[in-house]
Design a protein around this ligand. Structure first.
Ligand code: SF4
Length: 345
């Protein structure tokens, strides 16, 4: 039996980089110290923040919700709302929504659910099975629409900051994907506070689990009864992220500390990029001419994808809007501005 390095009780977790083992209680102390250090170091929250926690119903986001709720005892002016985006992935999201509703009820946290179906007119399942939904991988549609709706909904709820559960593994996977795609402008968005752009309609995004390994959030979720099993999105294995994740896990197994080393490499690159380029952390960005949401281009990525998908069976309002968009689009922008897949967390 592996024993806790601090008290000698049965250990539930061993850090392969430090060699220390922890029992339930001392793992919680270790985890909490690490997350609080990230929050302090990068000044992720302010005393009066209305924190919108982006929750998928999976272990990481439930762990974040649970952790911030506990931490809010020391920040009494914080307000916390859980926000779930239902993409419409049958056999997967319906299970995680159920779990989400049980946990928010246990924690007595207000919550909102926004869905692709209601906001866009179609589910992700409908998108990927449609004739025009084959142009990109499912995760591309999912990621673009989810970020779009998260920001819109967080603003509507009155949130001052969106906390996402991206952990160290997620961050470095995205870093490597963006290196492969030569997307340096997206790499700068991988800072603990979302950057580089500012816009009156853009709600600040923060990543409190930035320095936490995925296996650590899993242990935290298990200890706190937030984890009931491994539900996997049916589209996950189609993505490049899937292969990079496996490769990084194998590498970490053979050379412990590799993941931290890659995160350090990202932090150095972020420093260099913010000093050596004009990608300042306060750079202003455009407004989409169609929807008025923040955008890196005159037409935001979500409106771009919506026009491409316009043949999907939509509700009448969405049809009307898409027709307007197409009309404007054909007259103003004959060449669509974005052709590459997006890999951002
Ligand atoms: Fe969306 Fe891809 Fe994640 Fe599934 S794996 S929820 S499709 S981003």
């Amino acid at each position: 039996m592996v024993k806790c390095s601090i008290c000698g009780r049965r250990a539930v977790y061993t850090s392969r980089t430090s060699g220390h083992s922890y029992c339930n209680r001392h793992f919680t102390d270790y985890f909490s110290k690490k997350v609080r250090r990230t929050i302090r170091k990068y000044q992720l929250f302010r005393p009066n923040d209305h924190i919108i926690v982006a929750v998928s119903g999976g272990k990481d986001s439930l762990a974040l919700l649970h952790f911030l709720k506990k931490l809010s005892r020391y920040s009494p002016r914080w307000k916390i709302t859980a926000l779930l985006v239902d993409e419409g992935i049958s056999g997967y999201r319906d299970i995680t929504i159920k779990r989400f509703q049980e946990i928010v009820s246990d924690l007595a946290i207000n919550y909102e659910i926004v869905s692709f179906k209601e906001e866009l007119g179609y589910t992700l399942d409908q998108v990927v099975s449609s004739k025009h939904g084959k142009e990109y991988l499912p995760c591309t549609y999912c990621g673009v629409f989810r970020r779009y709706l998260l920001n819109k909904a967080a603003r509507k709820i009155g949130g001052t900051v969106v906390a996402t559960a991206h952990n160290l593994d997620d961050i470095i996977q995205t870093y490597i994907m963006n290196i492969i795609g030569n997307d340096w402008d997206k790499i700068i968005r991988l800072a603990p506070i979302s950057g580089p752009a500012t816009h009156p309609r853009l709600v600040r995004k923060v990543k409190p689990f930035y320095e936490i390994l995925e296996k650590e959030t899993t242990v935290y979720a298990i200890i706190n009864n937030l984890y009931t099993g491994f539900e996997e999105c049916p589209y996950a294995r189609l993505s490049l992220r899937w292969y990079i994740r496996r490769w990084l896990n194998e590498l970490e197994e053979k050379r412990p500390g590799t993941k931290y080393a890659i995160l350090n490499s990202l932090l150095s690159i972020l420093d260099i990029l913010s000093k050596k380029t004009n990608l300042s952390l306060n750079e202003e960005i455009d407004t989409c001419i169609f929807c008025g949401e923040p955008s890196a281009n005159p037409i935001c990525r979500a409106c771009d994808l919506k026009t491409r998908l316009s043949s999907i069976e939509l509700n009448p309002d969405a049809h009307k809007r898409i027709d307007e968009l197409k009309h404007l689009f054909t007259n103003k922008y004959r060449i669509l501005p974005i052709t590459k897949q997006h890999y951002t967390t």
